[in-house]
Design a protein around this ligand. Structure first.
Ligand SMILES: Nc1ncnc2c1ncn2[C@@H]1O[C@H](COP(=O)(O)OP(=O)(O)OP(=O)(O)O)[C@@H](O)[C@H]1O
Ligand SMILES: Nc1nc2c(ncn2[C@@H]2O[C@H](COP(=O)(O)O)[C@@H](O)[C@H]2O)c(=O)[nH]1
Length: 405
């Protein structure tokens, strides 16, 4: 049994985070969640330049080191933590810009519980809070050769700042023009199987004799860039994502006929005859499942490419004029960043980037909205308010008052 660290002695029951100075670990931030205390090491010298998490169990008096999933924040001496509910903690990284300051540490979400079961160890998961109202990711499925990749390429070409592609892992060999890290992360089966065991994948499936999978990181990288993520995955993968906590839009692409599908697959000339036969055989089952399972929100027939592409854009509510993601004004979070919680909304004082000395902005994080990326905690609505004139919802109170007058 371990010994409770001295800094807990004065506030073991409270929920408020405390910044503590520890000789061995540098600056640490602690937060109480139920019977556990989560300690975040801002600068961990033993592990190099990384952020560590330790758990002190008050009921047993033991320290535990959890398995840490997701993308961690960069080390900082200025972390502060706010308990959002029993399963997640908002970690604010002080002295950083708007794209680096909000992080979530999941300690008991369904995602974490699920991984605890498979990994047989305590798990915590990091994800980054992304400014702006991040739209739901798009899952595109359909039989091999139907034109998923072609449609996605068109979308990415027309709206480069709006969409980002989730680069899957696969054990199949690269095709002539495919580049590692761009089209796929090409990997070995034993490496991928071990990473699946480590909980690195949001979903995975055996497709046409090879392993394919979407890593949590692949989707997070896109969300971190403030873009809407597109996943090109098979029907089994779509089913797994549907069962996960990731909220997405599911679109199934069907061919006009089976003969046309075969023609396209052959014309692409990327597979051997044996592989084509395997893909066509699997296509029958995929078409049946895709069209009948109720898994998909939309089914599009890719007959004429341009017509299908226009329909896809309609589903995604894209118009010619909207070519870039809406931008939120950037800001810098100072070391002192007072926070307060009102009605599931967190108010944070920040300094506006353009005028650091004088202008203070109030930002609101709205925890009621859902959506976003695998991070289960992403896609949170963050917006600026003027504390002198606006209420917590951003409504101008002066304007309201004068209209009543
Ligand atoms: N509407 C269409 N009409 C005719 N040919 C098409 C159409 N859409 C795509 N194609 C062609 O069909 C072939 C297969 O398309 P693509 O590679 O995009 O399919 P896919 O669904 O991504 O396949 P996979 O699942 O194997 O990656 C390509 O050669 C592409 O140019
Ligand atoms: N379940 C998943 N399926 C995936 C993923 N990445 C791609 N795919 C699907 O595999 C087939 C074959 O792709 P190909 O590039 O070898 O032609 C296709 O249907 C893709 O949608 C993934 O990460 N998970």
């Amino acid at each position: 049994m371990g010994e409770a660290p001295a800094f807990f002695a004065d506030n073991l029951m409270g929920d408020s985070p405390k910044k503590v100075d520890s000789k061995s670990k540098g600056i640490e931030t602690a937060i109480v969640v139920g019977s556990k205390i989560y300690v975040i090491d801002g600068v961990d010298h033993e592990l190099g330049s990384t952020v560590g998490v330790r758990i002190f169990d008050k009921s047993t008096g033991e320290w535990r080191i959890p398995i840490v999933l997701g993308t961690k924040p960069k080390p900082s001496k200025d972390f502060s933590a706010v308990l959002l509910n029993d399963d997640r903690v908002l970690v604010v990284r002080g002295n950083s810009g708007s794209s680096e300051c909000f992080w979530f540490l999941e300690v008991g979400t369904p995602f974490v519980r699920e991984h605890e079961k498979t990994l047989g160890n305590e798990v915590v998961a990091w994800s980054k809070g992304v400014l702006g109202n991040v739209e739901k990711p798009i899952v595109i499925s359909g039989p091999s050769g139907v034109g998923k990749g072609t449609l996605i390429s068109k979308l990415m070409k027309e709206f480069p700042s709006m969409f980002g592609f989730s680069v899957s892992h696969t054990t199949r060999a690269p095709r002539a023009k495919e580049q590692n890290g761009i089209h796929y992360h090409f990997t070995d089966r034993n490496v991928m199987e071990s990473e699946i065991k480590d909980g690195k994948f949001l979903e995975f499936a055996s497709v046409h004799g090879n392993l394919y999978g979407t890593s949590v990181e692949a989707v997070e990288v896109v969300a971190d860039a403030g873009k809407r993520c597109i996943l090109d995955i098979d029907v089994q993968g779509a089913r797994s994502v549907r069962a996960s906590a990731l909220e997405a839009i599911f679109i199934f692409i069907a061919p006009p006929s089976f003969d046309e599908l075969e023609k396209r697959l052959r014309a692409r000339a990327t597979e051997t005859e044996e592989q084509i036969q395997k893909r066509l055989q699997n296509a029958r089952a995929e078409l049946e499942q895709g069209k009948s399972s109720g898994l998909f929100d939309h089914i599009l027939v890719n007959d004429d490419l341009e017509t299908c592409y226009e329909k896809l854009k309609n589903i995604l509510c894209l118009r010619e004029a909207v070519k870039s993601a809406p931008k939120t004004k950037s800001f810098n979070l100072s070391i002192k960043h007072p926070v307060s919680m009102i009605d599931q909304k967190l108010l944070i004082n920040c300094t506006a980037a353009e005028d650091e000395n004088t202008s203070t902005n109030m930002y609101v994080l709205d925890f009621l909205l859902k959506g976003g990326a695998p991070g289960r905690t992403r896609g949170l609505n963050m917006y600026a308010i003027n504390p002198l004139t606006d209420d917590v919802n951003g409504n101008n109170q002066l304007h309201l008052t004068s209209s009543f007058d």
